[in-house]
Design a protein around this ligand. Sequence first.
Ligand code: PLP
Length: 399
Amino acid sequence: MFEHVDHYPGDPILSLLEKFGHDTRPNKVNLSIGLYYDENGKIPVLKSVQAAAKIVQEKAEPHTYLPMEGLAAYREAVQHLLFGRDSAALRDNRVATIQSVGGSGALRVAADFIKTYLPDSAVWISDPSWDNHHALFTAARIQVHTYPYYDAVTNNINFGGMLETLNTLPAKSIVLMQPCCHNPTGLDLNHAQWKEVIGVLQQRNLIPFLDIAYQGFGDGIEEDAWVVRAMADAGLTMVVTNSFSKNFSLYGERCGGLSFVCPSAKEAALVLGQLKAGVRRIYSSPPLFGSKLVATVLHDADLRQQWDREVAAMRDRIKTMREKLRNSLTAHAPSVDGSYLVNQRGMFSYTGFTAAEVDSLREDSAIYLIRSGRLCIPGLNNQNVESVAQAMAETLKKR
Ligand code: PLP
C-alpha cells in the first residue's frame, strides 16, 4: 500500500543535531541549530516564565479547548508587542490576530489564506532565507521566488539588487521580509533602507509579509518592531507572523501569532472569520498552556519588566560573544576582517565558510555549523569561544 511513498531524507539541521549528539569528542561545540543557549550551554527557563507557570498552576483551571482564534489575552498581548499600544491600526480595529502553533503554524495558516483569497499572488522571499519558508509556502501550492539579499563578496546586503527586483513585481505580490535578526544572514536593513522599501511596496501595490521570530534579540523589544509599526503607520495592508519560541525560550509550547493589518475594520472581521475557519480545518484550536504563560507575563507589570530584563540579558550575551569571537579571530588571523561578526545581529552569523570548510571544521575540530556557513552565536560561551576562533582562523589560513 505505501511502497511508493517517497523516502524523507530528514531535515538537514535536525540530522546534524543528531550527529552532534553521537559525537564523543569532549570538546565538541554545537553552533548549528537556532536555539538560544546560556553561558552554561543550557536552554534557559526564564524566571518570568517560571513565575507565570506557578500562577497558572495555582489557578488549576480546567484544560478546556481554546477558541479557534486562541486566548483573547494572548492575542491582545501579541498586538501590543508588535504594533505598540498606541497603534492607529489597533485603535481602528483593523488588525485581525490569531494565536498560532508557533511561528511555523502562523506561516502555514497565512499561506492557506493567501492561496484561497489571493490565488494569483506569488510569494517572494530573500535569497537566502529560513529554509522552511520555501517549504511552507510550496506546501500550500503557492509559487515561491527569491529576491537578492545577501552579497557574498561584500558579506553585506545587496540592497540595490533587492530594490531592483521589488520594482519589477506585479501588484499584489507578497514580499516576505524579516523585521530584525535576519535568519540566516544576521543582516538587517537600516531605517533609511526600510523607508525606501516601504515606498516601493506602496508604489507597486505589493503586500509585505513580515516574519518576526527574534524580537528583542537585535536592539530591543520595542526597537525590533520598528518596521512593523512603520509599515502599519504607512497604511500598508500586510501580514505579520511572530514567534515566542526564542524570546520566551518556549520552543516546545508552540507559541506564535498571525496578524493581518487590513484597510478597514469590516475587512479585518472578515479575515478573522476565515483565519478561524482555516484553523478549524487543520488543528481546530491552538495549545493552551504556553498561551497562558505568555499572556500572564505580558499582562503583569512586574513579570513584564522581568521578561524585558531577561531578553536584554540574552541580547547582551549574544553581543558579547560576537565581540569575543571577532577579537579572538582577528588576534589569530590579523589579516581577516572579522567586523561582520559584530555588524550582524541576532542569533546568526553568516561566516562565508564554504560547505567543504564547514565539513572540515566539524571533522577536524568538532565544531558544528550548518553547511551554508551559518553560525549560531549563542552556542558560544567563555569556555569555547577561543578554540572556535582558533579553528576558524586555521580554516581561513588554508584558503
Ligand atoms: N521564522 C523564522 C525566520 C525562524 O527562524 C523560525 C524558527 O527558527 C520560525 C519562523 C518558526 O518559529 P517556530 O519555531 O515558533 O515555529
